[in-house]
Design a protein around this ligand. Structure first.
Ligand code: KG4
Ligand code: ZN
Length: 368
């Protein structure tokens, strides 16, 4: 096949021809009041870029996942992640603009995750965004990664407005949050040790499922009996909304060791399903208690673990029983992506937030 021709549209081309050319080559028009944000995310093992219009319309969402690269090591290797981000980031940004049918000149801001996350990985996104901003004069907006996850809920739920309660469960974080307003959060509870996703990943490794653990446990659990083994549901004394998952992880390891010592064959699916149920029970119980105490009728979930099918089913059921509106992003907006960063940045943009070129990666950035 001959290579595809690239057409440069001359200025002043007849209006009659332009619409057809635009359709073919996805050259989008920007209306006067539209706010377009190019967003970049590189906090862990996904290099991502997106173009978001007016906060809730995703024009492109490009994600280059490094999962295959890290699988052989059983988890994310920070140094490898940073190097891969450097290789991919320009390509991913180019694709995001192309897919959106836009050029840099149409962008009102460039948004980037500046924390929390792996410092080397974050630096790639932050440096790239700063360089683009400096070279093009487009304002820069730094975004908190967890805020991005929460804001993912606005993308497909156009009617959702704060206040609401959100459970953020990812590989590095477990937070129960009151979203008081755009960009305004009150943290009710957080994990004392392992994050929910971390527990999924560690248990998956222990039962021989490998990395990434969450989706594999989710899948295998469908063949298992969730009531086969009673694993503990930990409570944190004096902090009703805090989580602790390290005891549960130890309980699974102890169970596996004792089976080995007794010569009992472990049923992988039963362990996975029973562990998953223990996590889901705790997340649901804490969340429903918060919803009740704060009297809010809207509840949302976010983060990689929010794509867990059993967790989603449990919340549909429990929220339904309490007449609470339940919101959850599609799985592609639960795991790391740049569209959610563009959405969070939009509300900051409206408030007038702009960052200087001293914006730095903050690996342990806190929320609220
Ligand atoms: O939000 P995310 O993509 O990255 C972080 O910000 O950490 O979350 C990744 C985490 C991993 O621990 C992964 O195992 C978990 O989300 N995860 C899941 C599922 N899909 C991803 N956990 C349970 N069930 C899933 N279906
Ligand atoms: Zn994340």
């Amino acid at each position: 096949m001959p290579p595809k021709k690239i057409y440069v549209i001359p200025e002043g081309i007849a209006d009659a021809i332009l619409p057809r050319v635009k359709r073919e080559y996805r050259i989008m028009e920007k209306k006067k009041d539209d706010v377009l944000i190019l967003a970049v995310e590189s906090s862990c093992d996904e290099t991502a870029a997106a173009v978001v219009k007016n906060g809730r319309e995703v024009l492109s969402n490009i994600i280059s996942s490094q999962i295959a690269l890290h699988t052989v090591y059983g988890g994310v290797v920070p140094e490898i992640a940073s190097r891969k981000h450097i290789e991919k980031i320009n390509q991913v940004i180019d694709e995001a603009l192309k897919e959106a049918g836009m050029g840099l000149k149409e962008m009102d801001a460039i948004a980037v995750t500046y924390g929390p996350g792996l410092v080397g990985a974050l630096l790639v996104g932050v440096s790239t965004a700063k360089a683009i901003s400096f070279a093009s004069g487009i304002p820069l907006i730094g975004v908190h990664h967890i805020e991005g996850h929460i804001n993912a809920n606005y993308i497909e739920n156009k009617e959702l407005e704060p206040p609401f309660i959100c459970l953020v469960v990812s590989g590095g974080h477990s937070h129960l949050v009151v979203v008081k307003d755009y960009g305004e959060y009150e943290i009710l509870g957080r994990t004392r040790d392992d994050a929910a996703g971390e527990a999924f990943d560690k248990v998956a490794r222990a039962i021989g499922l490998g990395y990434p653990g969450g989706p594999k446990i989710d899948k295998v659990s469908k063949e298992g009996n969730a009531d086969a083994i009673l694993f503990p549901r930990a409570k944190v004394v004096d902090a009703v909304y805090d989580f602790s998952f390290s005891g549960l992880k130890s309980a699974v390891l102890n169970y596996l060791n004792s089976c080995e010592m007794k010569g009992i064959t472990v049923c992988q699916a039963d362990v996975a399903a029973s562990f998953q149920k223990a996590v889901v029970d705790v997340l649901v119980e804490h969340s429903m208690q918060a919803v009740k105490e704060y009297g809010l009728k809207k509840f949302a979930i976010a983060g990689g673990v929010a794509s867990n099918s059993s967790l989603r089913e449990a919340f549909v059921r429990e929220c339904g029983a309490r007449q609470i509106d339940f919101y959850c992003p599609s799985p592609i907006f639960c795991t790391d992506n740049a569209a959610m960063i563009g959405t969070a940045a939009y509300y900051e943009y409206l408030k007038g937030v702009r960052h200087g070129y001293d914006l730095n990666a903050v690996p342990n950035l806190t929320l609220g």
